[in-house]
Write a protein that binds this ligand. Structure first.
Ligand SMILES: Nc1ncnc2c1ncn2[C@@H]1O[C@H](COP(=O)(O)OP(=O)(O)OP(=O)(O)O)[C@@H](O)[C@H]1O
Length: 662
């Protein structure tokens, strides 16, 4: 039977945010009967200018909603009442997948309650706060959905007038939903101009500030431009510390693209077209949807994986959506799947991403000079952004501990091979097998000083280390024969271009009986445990990534990871913290590693006494020996006992580390 909302009363005062509160809705049926619907007020979701928002469970069906609770005391002025009625009237008339669903509303003696579709994953504002900025692919995915909703609004003559990250909510499927219709207006007729000055400073369109000609749909388009810019660059284009200056900048159209943030030409072009102070010159929603930033050669994921709430999508994931022209593998099945993969992405699709083939086949898509089959970088450079962002995601895929003689060899996810020598020098080989960097630590400030070299041009004294590097490389790549110092020229005799520009390398490492820890130059700490679990801590993105025994990957904001219900991860995180603390103590006390450290009890692993140095793990002798002066002497065998570790541990070793006395 249909019901008409009537009065209700709450048993408690809503100012007690943490108390268990039952909200009652009195419903008068058409036959005059009165029934009471009971709701349990749950978690506090947030506070806006005039509403508090809570989870509300309808006790009969256990259905969960978001309830905007507006105290009647805030509605004494008729303007406030009118605004609320207009919000309800407009919002309840809208039905679109990318608009927060309006369920119903009622009131009791104290409050008005608006029940809305619950969006569990907060707004894009909180997302950006966690992530700093998004990958363009994510921006495309969100903007695509937002445009669909704006198109719907405009076709129903509704202008939202307050589109901003804080009003774009994410539900548990990661669908974006436009909410908060408090400033929305419905035009009576086409061509009507509105004059009320409203909006949020950073997102407000110049014509609203001018106020002379009135404004219309184009104000939403302007806000879309601000949104795209903010998602990609990480802060709004006109932001200043005071509102007046922000308005001045908007009027003068004074914004720039910061040089240190990569942005594709397509994104830049779209933003520039939208942020035009002449509203008539801005593109329409349809034109935005057809712009190459949204409608490019690749596909845009319909939805993003939930892991992107905390950390960037993996390179493997991104690769699926690259336009074919940018994908070096365009002839491969991956390229073909790209075009078909518009289906929703399952949340766990990212989970095993790290174990899949790494993304460097596209990372390395620089054109090779003079090559007959140049690999594809779009002429407009529009993949620059992808490439730059992919390079940020680097981790150790394989390693081999040969520190009993020479050092640690490792292979990174971007196909870089490196060696951390026992004398704390480092060598890092580009995936092209030709360019390498050699790092020595400067004693005065303990900074690594890098030298760019190539296999045909490097200081003579490095020869042995270069030979060792080649040995490590073949060993890690599993080639049967060590690669000689061959120069990888193409068939025209042209030398390869360097593939990785922002080199990430292992700055420090340490090994205990239970784990090996790498501190990378991009401030990521990676810990691989004996039981195949892994922890990655990024101080840049403030995120913890945990790979469990099954290889499933989950991410947590650094700030709350220790409180997580994932106890397996929390234990390992604590262990990681202990190793880091231990390292710091070791450094500050003696400048040397401490021995006999056993932190195993913290993670519930066996603890046994152990020696401070690894057991000798050289078989057959030979190889390159480090003499008492720390110099290397060459020989012809290379045979560390440890097999290449892509994940598991083979031998329980003592405490072994490199470069921690920084
Ligand atoms: N549908 C929803 N699902 C989950 N949380 C929500 C939902 N709607 C609002 N919220 C939360 O409640 C907070 C306040 O909501 P909202 O911004 O709509 O209130 P408001 O008073 O109208 O705000 P404003 O000052 O922007 O007009 C939001 O910031 C958000 O955290």
């Amino acid at each position: 039977m249909s019901q008409k909302p009537q009065s209700s009363r709450s048993k408690d005062n809503l100012t007690q945010d943490n108390a268990q509160v039952i909200v009652e809705e009195k419903v008068v049926k058409f036959n005059g009967d009165v029934c009471i619907k009971k709701y349990l007020r749950g978690k506090f979701l947030g506070k806006g200018g005039f509403a508090k928002c809570y989870e509300l469970t309808y006790l009969e069906t256990k259905r969960l909603s978001a309830a905007k609770v507006i105290a009647k005391t805030s509605l004494t002025k008729s303007r406030a009442k009118q605004k609320l009625m207009s919000e309800i009237k407009i919002h309840r008339s809208l039905h679109h997948n990318n608009i927060v669903g309006f369920e119903h509303f009622f009131e009791d003696a104290e409050n008005v309650y608006i029940l809305l579709e619950l969006c569990h994953n907060q707004s894009l504002n909180e997302l950006l706060r966690r992530r700093k900025r998004l990958h363009e692919l994510e921006a495309q995915c969100y903007v695509n959905q937002i445009c669909a909703a704006v198109k719907y609004l405009h076709s129903h003559r509704v202008i939202h007038r307050d589109l901003k990250l804080g009003n774009l909510f994410l539900n548990d499927k990661m669908e974006v939903k436009i909410g908060d219709f408090g400033l929305a207006t419905k035009l009576e007729f086409d061509g009507e101009r509105k004059r009320t000055i409203c909006g949020t400073p950073n997102y407000i369109a110049p014509e609203v500030l001018e106020g002379k000609q009135g404004h219309s749909y184009e104000v939403d388009i302007w806000s879309l431009g601000v949104i795209i810019y903010t998602l990609i660059i990480g802060k709004p284009p006109f932001e200043t510390s005071d509102v007046k200056t922000t308005y001045k900048r908007i009027r003068m159209n004074a914004y720039t693209f910061p040089e240190n943030v990569p942005i594709s030409d397509a994104a830049r072009d779209l933003i520039t077209k939208i942020l035009n102070n002449d509203p008539a010159k801005r593109p329409t929603v349809d034109e935005i949807l057809n712009h190459e930033f949204i409608n490019h050669g690749g596909t845009i994921p319909r939805l993003l994986p939930a892991s992107t709430l905390a950390c960037p999508p993996s390179s493997t994931y991104i690769r699926q959506f690259l336009p074919q022209s940018q994908n070096q593998n365009s002839k491969s099945t991956i390229g073909q799947q790209n075009l078909a993969s518009t289906a929703p992405i399952k949340n766990n699709e990212l989970l095993s991403g790290r174990d899949k083939k790494i993304a460097t086949d596209r990372l390395s898509s620089q054109p090779i000079q003079g090559s007959k089959t140049p690999v594809t970088v779009a002429k407009d450079g529009s993949n620059r952004n992808y490439k730059d962002q992919l390079e940020a995601e680097v981790w150790v895929k394989k390693w081999v501990d040969y520190s009993s003689k020479y050092g640690l060899g490792y292979y990174l996810s971007n196909e870089v091979t490196g060696v951390f020598f026992n004398d704390s020098t480092k060598i890092v080989l580009d995936p092209n097998g030709y360019h390498f960097d050699y790092y020595e630590r400067r004693n005065s400030d303990r900074q690594d000083i890098g030298k760019e070299c190539t296999l045909t041009e490097y200081p003579k004294e490095l020869q042995k280390k270069v030979t060792l590097l080649q040995h490590f490389r073949s060993y890690l790549e599993g080639s049967e024969k060590p690669k000689p110092n061959e120069v990888p020229v193409n068939e025209d005799g042209i030398l390869p271009e360097r593939k990785v520009k922002d080199v990430v390398y292992v700055k420090k490492w340490m090994r205990t009986r239970h784990a090996i820890m790498f501190r990378l130059s991009n401030k990521v700490v990676q810990v691989n445990f004996q039981d195949h679990t892994e922890i990655m801590l990024s101080s840049e993105t403030k995120v913890v990534t945990y790979v469990n025994k099954k290889g499933e990957r989950s991410t947590y904001p650094l700030s709350s990871a220790m409180e997580s219900a994932n106890l397996e991860m929390v234990k390992r995180l604590k262990y990681t913290k202990d190793i880091l603390t231990h390292m710091l103590n070791a450094n500050s006390n003696t400048g040397k590693p401490q021995s006999n450290v056993d932190l195993g009890s913290n993670i519930g692993m066996n603890t046994q006494s152990q020696s401070s140095r690894p057991k000798t793990n050289v078989i057959g002798g030979g190889g390159l020996d480090q003499n008492s002066k720390g110099q290397m002497s060459a020989s012809n065998k290379f045979s560390p006992t440890d097999r290449v570790n892509s994940k598991p541990y083979q031998t329980a070793q003592g405490f072994n580390q490199g470069g921690i006395d920084e």
